[in-house]
Design a protein around this ligand. Structure first.
Ligand code: DX5
Ligand code: ZN
Length: 220
């Protein structure tokens, strides 16, 4: 079985000590940096933009997993590639021509991800799943860290796993929102491959230990 990956969400880091928190993730058992970009239109919040991402990628030594919560993401695909993104995830709900968007992401040398809001059914991906490297299932409504996990996520993961299997795709399943040591094992059991954790990591007293624990539980 492939090892399950942990992706700390930098949204929950201390922005006044960003380099310190990035070095902590570098040293930890984490696999990816999860970076949330919000535009205040697609979601009711603005996180940070290109200059901050540039500062992050300068120090980050692991895979850069960028989650775009923005409308019309096609405008910035090349910019995010140039800034060092390895995986670029767009929202299903924000893309009119999703197939074209995914091809554009791949042509810039990045892996292409599609995120689904809690109300978006996984069956909508049936005709495009073979073109997607990663599906990000939102387990909270996008826009803010620290919200509580939506239980229906387990059903969605099972359905998505079945779809991936049926279509012979090799798509990874990433879960984002409210992930903790309480639900991570069950998420993995139903099919999650990548677990994003923001508040649970950065608001803990020993973030590096917390990452180690999450990684151990996910792979136990
Ligand atoms: C929410 C973001 C998440 C967020 C997760 O819109 O996509 O990545 O940082 O934070 P927690 O783990 O605190 O729910
Ligand atoms: Zn995210």
């Amino acid at each position: 079985m492939n090892s399950k990956l942990i992706a700390p969400s930098i949204l929950a880091a201390d922005f006044a000590n960003l380099q310190r928190d990035i070095e902590m993730v570098n040293k930890s058992d984490a696999d990816w940096f999860h970076i949330d970009i919000m535009d205040g239109v697609f979601v009711p919040n603005i996180s940070f933009g290109m200059p901050v991402l540039k500062a992050i990628t300068k120090h980050a030594k692991k895979t850069i997993d960028v989650h775009l919560m923005i409308i019309d993401p096609d405008r910035y695909i090349k910019t995010f590639a140039d800034l060092g993104s390895n995986i670029l995830t767009v929202h299903y709900e924000a893309c009119t021509h999703l197939h074209r968007t995914l091809q554009a992401i791949k042509s810039e040398g990045m892996k292409a991800g599609v995120a689904l809001n809690p109300h978006t059914n996984v069956s909508l991906l049936e005709d495009i799943i073979n073109d997607i490297d990663l599906v990000l299932i939102m387990s909270v409504n996008p826009g803010f860290g620290g919200q509580s996990f939506i239980e229906n996520t387990y059903n969605k993961i099972s359905q998505l796993k079945e779809l991936i299997h049926k279509k012979g795709a090799s798509t990874l399943i990433e879960i984002d929102g409210g992930v903790s040591n309480k639900n991570i094992k069950q998420l993995v059991n139903v099919g999650a491959d990548v677990l994003v954790a923001g508040s649970f990591v950065f608001k803990s007293s020993e973030p590096q230990e917390t990452i180690k624990d999450l990684k151990a539980i996910a792979n136990s």
